[in-house]
Design a protein around this ligand. Structure first.
Ligand code: TMP
Length: 237
């Protein structure tokens, strides 16, 4: 499979077409965005870590029957994936209160949410990814009712699998965001799972091991990402 042209440049990843129209290459750059992409900062090794982290997680999910776009790890910072028609709706699953829900509802950071909460956001940078609900999806034709049901079901399944995986590594999966797309009319998980799009807390100290380190200017981001990767068994190379 040959890499052809750059077809999309996101905040932290670049997508390249290939000579097979069904596949694209995700390149994880060393960039990290702050404040809805207003600033982009370079952090050495981040592209390599997130690429292999994402491959490890998506591969695990695929092995357990969850449809993901992952195909093949190509290099330290590139992965071959199925080309999806992306759905502009982000699903956020919350096991504990943190981030926007704490601000919005005034509840204590870390409150256990049982059963977990599921929020929907419209993927639109210029509008700062506003919160939406099911009826917006239908009215604006972003995703069908049936496909949204599938996306929610898959998000809860992913939560069950990954909560256990992280728990075994002494880490709490606080929340995470998933994106989906269509491939031959089937709903498939796309984009990425990494500490950029999830909150991961050390079970004992409750310290952040995710992008909140940057949001809170705590320092040691890449070391924390590396520690999470090592604890769950990602073989970084
Ligand atoms: P929030 O606290 O900002 O609502 O985010 C909840 C989780 O979802 C957090 O792990 C970050 C992730 N997330 C993204 O990665 N991108 C997004 O656009 C949104 C809305 C959330």
């Amino acid at each position: 499979m040959n890499k052809l042209a750059e077809c999309y440049r996101g905040k932290a990843k670049t997508i390249y077409t290939t000579d097979d129209k069904n596949f694209v290459i995700l390149k994880f750059r060393d960039d990290i965005s702050i404040l809805d992409g207003m600033y982009i900062k370079k952090i050495a090794r981040k592209g390599m870590i997130n690429n292999q982290f994402n491959y490890f997680i998506m591969n695990k999910l695929s092995q357990l029957g969850i449809p993901t776009q992952i195909e093949k790890l190509l290099s330290h910072n590139e992965t071959l994936v199925k080309k999806l028609d992306m759905i502009p709706v982000e699903l956020v699953l919350r096991n504990r209160a943190a981030g926007s829900i704490v601000k919005r509802l005034g509840i204590d950071n870390g409150t256990i949410l049982d059963p977990p909460l599921l929020d929907l956001f419209f993927k639109n940078d210029s509008m700062h990814d506003p919160m939406i609900n099911d009826s917006y999806c239908t009215t604006f034709g972003w995703v069908s009712k049936l496909n949204l049901v599938t996306m929610k079901k898959l998000t809860y399944q992913v939560n069950n699998i990954l909560s256990k995986l992280f728990d075994n590594a002494g880490i709490i999966l606080v929340d995470f965001k998933l994106e989906f797309g269509l491939y031959n009319n089937a709903i498939i998980i796309g984009d990425e799972f990494s500490p950029d799009v999830s909150r991961l807390w050390d079970k004992t100290t409750l310290k952040n091991m995710d992008k909140d380190i940057l949001r809170k200017n705590l320092g040691g981001l890449i070391e924390a990402y590396e520690e999470v990767a090592n604890r769950i068994g990602v073989n970084l190379h």
